[in-house]
Write a protein that binds this ligand. Structure first.
Ligand SMILES: [Zn+2]
Length: 196
């Protein structure tokens, strides 16, 4: 019997160019996530884009800033709003490596961000469809377009690697007689569920 040829649907050139741009900006957000890791923070990064240009960047930094609201999205929103002298950011797209939490989702809606693109899903605190979906909440006045799972594997793998390395560091050194290595208490942070 003859094998059916594999069918690959032709994507419209514009749609494919948009998808390519989304992946490129998500990789910039991943660079920001790496910055967070270098400072011992859970690696989540964000970039805010308008007219194809990066307006602001941010990475997760609640420990360093002693600020529970210092998630990557909030850091990028604050930077852009301050730069533009406007608390509203219409026409912008926010790329973030991890699904936004409820705090960040509401901040993005308050800022009137036009579009939100995220990487990995967050089954514990995700407010873009995983735990709840504030972007689809009809009772809220404002809405942003939402796109998930862009470079999801790379975004999720970075978080998994981070938690794996943190677990390894927290194990007592085999040669040190009973003396465990001090590990920084990170508390409950976004991405913690990647601690497999
Ligand atoms: Zn958040």
């Amino acid at each position: 019997m003859q094998q059916e040829p594999e069918f690959s649907p032709q994507t419209a050139p514009d749609a494919s160019a948009d998808a390519q741009a989304d992946r490129a900006f998500m990789r910039l957000a991943l660079d920001q996530a790496h910055n967070a890791w270098l400072l011992g923070e859970v690696p989540v990064g964000a970039v805010l884009v308008r007219d194809g240009k990066v307006l602001a960047t941010g990475y997760n930094r609640p420990i360093g800033d002693s600020d529970p609201t210092a998630h990557a999205e909030i850091v990028a929103l604050r930077q852009a709003a301050s730069l533009l002298g406007n608390y509203r950011l219409p026409g912008c797209t926010l790329y973030v490596t991890l699904e936004p939490c409820a705090m960040c989702a509401m901040a993005l809606l308050h800022a009137r961000v036009q579009r939100v693109v995220f990487g990995a899903r967050d089954p514990k605190t995700g407010a873009a469809g995983s735990v709840l979906d504030l972007f689809a909440e009809a009772r809220l006045n404002h809405h942003a377009q939402l796109q998930g799972d862009v470079e999801a594997q790379a975004c999720g793998a970075l978080l998994q690697e981070f938690f794996r390395s943190r677990r390894e560091q927290s194990r007592p050194a085999p040669s040190a007689s009973g003396a465990g290595i001090e590990v920084r208490e990170l508390g409950v942070l976004p991405g913690e569920e990647f601690d497999d």
